[in-house]
Design a protein around this ligand. Sequence first.
Ligand SMILES: [Zn+2]
Length: 345
Amino acid sequence: MIDIATLQQELTARVAASQMPAEVLKAPEFRQLYAEIPKLAPEERGAFGQQVNQLKQAVEAAVEARKAELERVELPPIDVTAPFDVNTAKPGMLPSEKGSVHPLTREMEVISDIFNRMGFVTEESREIDDQYHMFETLNFPKGHPARDDYDTFMTVETDTDGDPLIAPAHTSTMQNRTLVKYRDNLAKGEAIAAIVPDRVFRNEDLDARHEHTFYQVEGIYVAKGVHAGMLVATLQKFLEEYYGRQLEVRVNPYYFPFTEPSFEFALSCPFCDKKGCSVCSHAGWIELLGCGMIHPNVLKAADIDPTEYTGFAFGCGIDRLVMMKHNIEDVRHFESGKLDFLRQF
Ligand SMILES: [Zn+2]
C-alpha cells in the first residue's frame, strides 16, 4: 500500500527541482494509486479517492508555483545606451557611436503629440487582420470592385468566413474597433476623436515613391453636427503645426467606399509658397491625403445612428509627410537599415 503523505512529499520535491514541472503530473504513482481503488472494500473507496484527489491538487499547485518561479528567472538588464560591440565595428565607425530613434518613429511621436493636444487619443493598429475589418465594416461588401485597389499580403491562416488573414493595406481597419470602443462617449455628449498612426502593407512595384511597407495615420472624429468644414480646419491646423508655417489648403472631390462625400486634400507647397520647386514637382500644390465624411454604413456597422451623429475620417501617408519635411528623395531609405541614412537623424 502506498503511503500518500510520503508520496506527496516526494512528488513536490521532484516538482521543486524540475525544469519541466508539469511532467511530474504524469508520474506512474498516480496510475498505481487509481489502480488500488477497486481492490479496496467498497466503504473505504470514497475516502481513499478523496485522498488521491487532494494529493493531485497539491502537486498541481506545486507545479503552478514552480512554473511561476521559472518565469521569474532574472536576466541581466540590457543597457540600450551601451556602445556597440567593438569586435563587430566596421572601418570608419566609432566604437562609442550610439543608436538613435528611427526618423519615422520620431515623427509619429510628433504627429501624435499634435493630435493629442487637439483632443484626439492615439490607438494602435495590427499587423495581421481579418477581411471583416479590412473591408466589410468599411462599406466594401464582398465582390466590391474597390477591394482590388488594396492588394496586400496574405497569410495561410483564415478568418471565420474562410478568407485569408491579411497584412492590412490601410489603418482604416481600426475604424470599426475604435468607433465601438469609444461609442459610449456619444451618449455622454462627448465626441469620438482618435488617431491611429501605424504600419501598413501593399503589394507594390517598388520605386522611389512606392514601398511595400509604409506608415499611415488614420483619424476619426464623430459627434453631433460634425461637418466637412471641421474636417478641413482640423487637417489644416495639423499640417500648419507639423510644418511650422501657415498653409493654404484645397479639397477636390474623390471616391472612397467608406466616406461620402470623399475628398482629395491638397496643401500649398510648404517649401516654395506655390512658386514651384522639386518637392511639389513645380505644381505649387501637393496632393497629400484622402478624407471625407464617414459613410452612414460605417457608422451603422459600429451601432451608431447616422441620423443622429456624423463624423469625418482621413488617412495620410506618414512617409510622405516626413520625406517632404526632411527633403528625403527615396522612400526606400526608411526600411533599408542603411546607417549612413539613419545617422542623419
Ligand atoms: Zn514647392
